[in-house]
Write a protein that binds this ligand. Structure first.
Ligand code: F3S
Length: 772
């Protein structure tokens, strides 16, 4: 089937409710009485209660907490497991907003699409069965393995200008390419939207990025974001939305804008967005969503889909596209940006071997039709000159639609002719699902068109240097096999002795004969009716999935609203990211099994009492000296004894990601409170959601006064929980030697969050609100 013959998609579940959004916006405008950025318009029009929801002080960017109502949720197969287990324990019979599940992360790349897919389905069968049965029961759209990568499918099917959606994956902002706000969150946040509970976000700062000029021949939207990552660094976008505007945006394809939005995640941005453009409109038509385009046209005419004249940004960045050159970022961090013209000397200065060991294109970041036609053009030029790839050359299409269109338009053939292997429509090597056979352990360099390049991410080898570049640069360099080759200026020697130089690549952003749909059985029914009689499949002896028991409230009854007496498990020293608290890698397979994944609790954290990693002291042991064990080992013993416990932690505890397992796991073992010198905001919220009280030292010097085995008791939580969020909490500490003292603390609990604490978790609170 092609675009010409395929019918339009039904529009009811995929068109934002523009009339209602505009109505909300009018109410908010009256209150704020100032020009608004596009990001603000989209956020504020999705306020849960636009009449009363912003309080007397209006909305201060960077300060006010917004209660929002996202329109849609998308989840990938790894993170969907815990999100669904939490949703199931809320007791609803359907999701409150349209929701989709995408099976993409669990597909391992090895020999090629078909064999890889079959093998991965077999080895993850119970997880896919669980996801599919839960989808059926609750009316969720289920995109089965092989259908494509979450963000490409969202862009092709669900994204729409002005929409607000949540996704349980950090590259969810990819959908910003269609002029919307798409935000990556943890499962507990997704559950807020899925249960119709207001989702809370501190109003982000908005950075304006004014884009002028035109990209040169070899430069692509990927190069713009690679360049910007170098400027902003991996922290530069934290708590901020990147809002692009200006004439330079109009010359970019919708999918090119999606690439830019995708990698906003690399600078830590909340999300990225763009005003609605004619090329977004064309993309909506090409993906059979003419009705969405027409509705968006009307909303745009009413001023919804772009910033107001005079809107103020918290920072303004100017970019002239004509000054952007192809850029290569890495190794090991996405913000180490080197212009292509300087890359050869960068490699030489570092003493790295001038050799590429593999080239990889595609992924959610760069597998659009435009990307693929441009790389096919280079492949055809090389083939005509008698060249083929010098290194293993792998391509992951983003979706079945892209794969089928590539095949029909002879792009796949052009790539295979020069030695490429086209893998399954899935994440594969981008998420470490790469059974790499071409190189043994050891230092080596790969070039990819992906978005992340942290150590060990792709092949599990910490010495593999992953350099990020545009798909065209990755492809052209594969024909040389050398890091020092600059396809813009250099020639290659042909066997005949002649030299060959690439012409700048050309491509089309949309297929002239429309997209081929490929195997349409991959496409789920839009918003299917829930089938309540469906049994959600969790095998009793499963090592990968486990039902979630609600966490009990810490409070025995309503007259004693202090936390129970706690033991301090340990004092954590220095940097402790969500990776230290809940490691990934081999533990990924236990994402749906809280008991099993909890075995990794804090296993790379440093104990401040002896400077060692993964060592804790059990002062309850029946010996004169405390017993020494691993951190999860002691936590498990506390759980068995019913001993509530607390952690003492350092600065910016829980930085890194929204990984909710980092909050679920300590809670699972009985952690009731964490006292920090400071918290990373998202993790602090995740702790609150799971019913763990985060407190901040009023005097940071108190950190060193409390060690393992100390008994601690809160004083003042009672007043806090009874509705006085300004109450202060003191903590009485009794050391193992019997010394007693009190310390002061601060907190950031809002009155809503105190309800979560009282109920034992946000989910318990939601359940009681729903009368379940
Ligand atoms: Fe998948 Fe890599 Fe994108 S893991 S979602 S292809 S960032």
């Amino acid at each position: 089937a092609t675009y010409a013959s395929a019918p339009e998609k039904p529009c009811s579940s995929i068109t934002p409710p523009y009339a209602a959004l505009l109505d909300n916006l009018t109410k908010i405008r009256k209150r704020l009485n100032r020009p608004l950025t596009l990001a603000e318009k989209i956020l504020y029009s999705h306020l849960y209660d636009p009449d009363n929801g912003i309080g007397g002080g209006g909305i201060q960017r960077g300060a006010t907490y917004l209660q929002l109502q996202p329109e849609r949720v998308a989840m990938q197969d790894a993170s969907a497991q815990m999100a669904l287990l939490q949703f199931m324990s809320a007791g609803l019979d359907r999701t409150a907003v349209p929701t989709s599940i995408h099976c993409d992360h669990l597909i391992q790349a090895s020999t090629g699409a078909d064999a890889d897919l079959q093998r991965s389905i077999a080895s993850n069968q119970e997880v896919f069965d669980f996801l599919e049965s839960a989808a059926k029961k609750y009316g969720i759209e289920f995109w089965r393995p092989g259908s494509g990568i979450i963000h490409q499918i969202v862009l092709e099917n669900y994204a729409a200008p002005g929409m607000l959606m949540l996704g349980t994956d950090s590259h969810t902002p990819n959908a910003g390419g269609l002029g919307m706000l798409a935000i990556g969150v943890g499962g507990a946040d997704a559950v807020d939207a899925m249960t119709g509970t207001p989702w809370e976000l501190k109003a982000p700062h908005v950075v304006g990025i004014h884009v002028t000029g035109k990209l040169n021949d070899w430069a692509t939207p990927k190069d713009l974001i690679l360049y910007l990552a170098g400027k902003l660094t991996v922290k530069g976008g934290t708590g901020r939305i990147l809002e692009y505007f200006g004439p330079g945006i109009l010359s970019q394809s919708c999918t090119g804008l999606a690439t830019i939005a995708n990698m906003g995640a690399e600078v830590g941005a909340t999300t990225s967005t763009f005003p609605y453009t004619p090329r977004m409109q064309a993309y909506l038509h090409a993906t059979r969503r003419g009705s969405v385009a027409r509705a968006a046209d009307e909303a745009a005419a009413k001023g919804f889909l772009s910033a107001d004249a005079g809107a103020e940004y918290d920072e303004l960045i100017e970019i002239d596209l004509s000054s952007i050159e192809p850029t290569i970022n890495g190794p090991f961090t996405p913000d180490l940006a080197t212009p292509l013209s300087k890359f050869a000397s960068f490699v030489q200065e570092n003493g790295w071997e001038d050799r590429i060991s593999a080239s990889l294109i595609g992924s959610c970041t760069n597998s659009s039709y435009e990307d693929m036609t441009r790389v096919a053009d280079l492949a055809q030029q090389a083939r005509a000159a008698g060249l083929s790839s010098k290194v293993p050359f792998l391509c992951t299409p983003g979706s079945e639609q892209i794969r089928a269109t590539m095949e029909r338009d002879k792009i796949t053939g052009a790539l295979e002719d020069v030695g490429a292997v086209v893998l399954a429509n899935a994440c594969g090597p981008c998420i470490g699902q790469w059974k790499r056979e071409d190189t043994k352990e050891g230092a080596n360099a790969i070039l990819t068109s992906f978005n992340r390049n942290f150590k060990s991410r792709n092949d599990g080898n910490g010495l593999t240097m992953n350099f990020l570049a545009s798909p065209t640069i990755v492809t052209a360099m594969a024909f040389s096999g050398k890091l020092s080759f600059n396809p813009v200026t250099d020639s290659l020697k042909l066997p005949s002795g002649e030299s060959f130089k690439f012409n700048p690549p050309s491509g089309e952003d949309l297929p002239s004969s429309g997209f081929a749909l490929g195997d349409i059985t991959y496409q789920p029914t839009p918003v299917p009716d829930p089938q309540p009689e469906t049994e959600v499949i969790i095998r009793e002896d499963s090592q990968r999935l486990e039902g979630l028991e609600p966490f009990p409230s810490h409070f025995k009854n309503d007259s004693i609203l202090e936390l129970p007496q706690m033991k301090v498990l340990m004092r954590v020293r220095g940097k402790c990211t969500t990776d230290h608290i809940s490691a990934a890698g081999p533990w990924l397979k236990y994402k749906g099994h809280l008991s099993n994944i909890s075995e990794n609790l804090l296993i790379t954290a440093v104990n401040d009492e002896n400077g060692e990693v993964n060592v804790a002291f059990d002062h309850d042991h029946e010996r004169t000296q405390p017993a020494v064990d691993t951190i999860p080992g002691v936590a498990k013993k506390f759980r068995e004894r019913g001993q509530p416990w607390a952690l003492i932690v350092d600065e910016n505890y829980g930085e890194g990601s929204a990984r909710e397992h980092a909050a679920l796991q300590p809670r699972f073992y009985g952690c009731a409170m964490i006292i920090a010198r400071s918290f990373a905001r998202i993790h602090e919220t995740n702790l609150k959601k799971q019913g763990v009280l985060p407190l901040w030292f009023a005097d940071k010097n108190d950190y060193g006064r409390i060690g393992s085995g100390a008994v601690i008791q809160t004083i003042g939580v009672h007043d806090l929980v009874l509705g006085n969020p300004d109450a202060t909490v003191r903590v009485k500490v009794t050391t193992p030697a019997g010394e007693s003292f009190e310390i002061s603390t601060k907190h950031t609990m809002s009155s809503d969050q105190l309800k979560w604490l009282r109920a034992g978790s946000a989910l318990n609170h939601i359940r009681s609100q729903l009368g379940k």
